[in-house]
Write a protein that binds this ligand. Structure first.
Ligand SMILES: [Fe+2]
Length: 363
């Protein structure tokens, strides 16, 4: 991509398409292509973006790493522990959902080239190699990719890369709630060190035979605990945005915009003059693919959550801690309020879907 210095807009200048058979790889630029082969190359690039977004951007970040952390929590921390009071309400459906996704792959999964659960697990395994727990956090990701605010802000912060602004907003909201939780629950760093259940949870999470999550910190301070809890709270709340109408429509639901797959594995040569615009259509989603993609999207936006993050009868109901005035409950109310404000700002002309944001990862 090339960026215009003034408008900060990105323009595609080059696409490389490759296969396992490296000899079939091709590089497309506007100098060596026809209109048809350039559009083909752009469609292939958009397919890659869509598939990356679904399986790595969404499922890996939110589903795959959070689930073992929740399982090891359930196995090592008793239900009446404050950690469970904070995390249980957001940890209700994920493990069951992940199982269901793997078992009912063809029925509920999107029609991507990852046609079997094993192929997805291979992808996940490759992506996870050398990756650490905090690598999924948005600020670490931006730093590692060298993505800086000044390069993606024209009139206001991140207006040329809005999803970054959204994810950082969820991060800040999560961090603020976790700060209060840790400050109130653990008076000193020693309290963290001496919490056997917490220590056992972290040990099990890191253990390759159990959680197998790499890069968790030595749990010897309140700062270390805040970092882990913020990441975990953030992953679940950020996932909730996928249930909002605007996250999927109209951009993604016009399936040819972001195809989940291309329908022909033959790589066209950049200078193939016999390849016409009409031939591009054979690579774009078939009607069956469009249908299954819409079914997949509709699961998110047209099913009501089992439990919404924002309670039906107000943010000061269904609180996590026993005493209503507990500062941690107040922090929870503020957290809910921030997400509620986001939903209002984010909503389309159909109005805000306040209770469509699930408390847990359900889909
Ligand atoms: Fe999901």
């Amino acid at each position: 991509m090339e960026q215009d210095v003034a408008s900060k807009k990105l323009h595609p200048i080059c696409v490389q398409i490759s296969k396992d058979d490296a000899s079939a790889s091709q590089i497309y630029t506007q100098n060596n292509t026809t209109d048809a082969t350039w559009i083909f190359a752009l469609a292939a690039a958009r397919t890659a973006v869509t598939v990356y977004g679904i399986w790595l951007g969404h499922v890996y970040h939110w589903h795959i790493v959070s689930a073992p952390m929740q399982m090891t929590l359930f196995n090592n921390v008793k239900k009446d522990h404050d950690l469970r009071k904070l995390l249980d309400p957001q940890s209700k459906s994920l493990i069951g959902f992940n199982d269901t996704l793997l078992l009912l792959w063809k029925t509920i999964g999107p029609p991507t080239s990852f046609a079997t659960p094993d192929s997805f697990l291979d992808l996940t395994n490759t992506f996870a190699t050398g990756r650490e727990f905090f690598d999924d956090d948005p600020k670490v990701t931006l730093e590692k990719f060298g993505i800086h605010k000044e390069h993606f802000s024209e009139n206001e912060d991140w207006d040329r890369y809005p999803i970054v602004k959204q994810l950082l907003y969820f991060w800040d909201a999560s961090e603020a709630m976790v700060d209060v939780f840790v400050g109130k629950t653990y008076k000193t760093d020693d309290a963290v060190i001496n919490d056997t259940q917490l220590q056992n949870w972290m040990k099990a999470s890191s253990d390759p035979e159990e959680g197998n999550v790499r890069g968790l910190p030595k749990m010897d301070s309140r700062e270390a605990l805040k970092a882990v809890l913020t990441s975990l709270v953030y992953r679940v709340v950020a996932h909730g945005n996928s249930r909002q109408m605007r996250s999927l429509g109209p951009g993604l639901s016009f399936v040819a915009n972001y195809p989940p797959c291309i329908q022909n594995a033959t790589i066209v040569k950049p200078d193939d003059a016999t390849f016409k615009i009409a031939d591009v259509l054979r690579y774009l989603p078939n009607t069956g693919t469009i249908g299954s993609m819409m079914t997949f999207y509709y699961i998110f936006i047209f099913s009501a959550p089992y439990e919404p993050l924002l309670p039906l009868y107000g943010n000061d109901t269904d609180l996590y801690f026993d005493v209503k005035d507990d500062l941690r409950n107040k922090a929870l109310e503020i957290f809910r309020e921030k997400i509620g404000n986001f939903i209002v700002d984010y909503s389309d002309e159909n109005g805000p879907l306040i209770h469509q944001w699930p408390a847990s990862i359900e889909t």
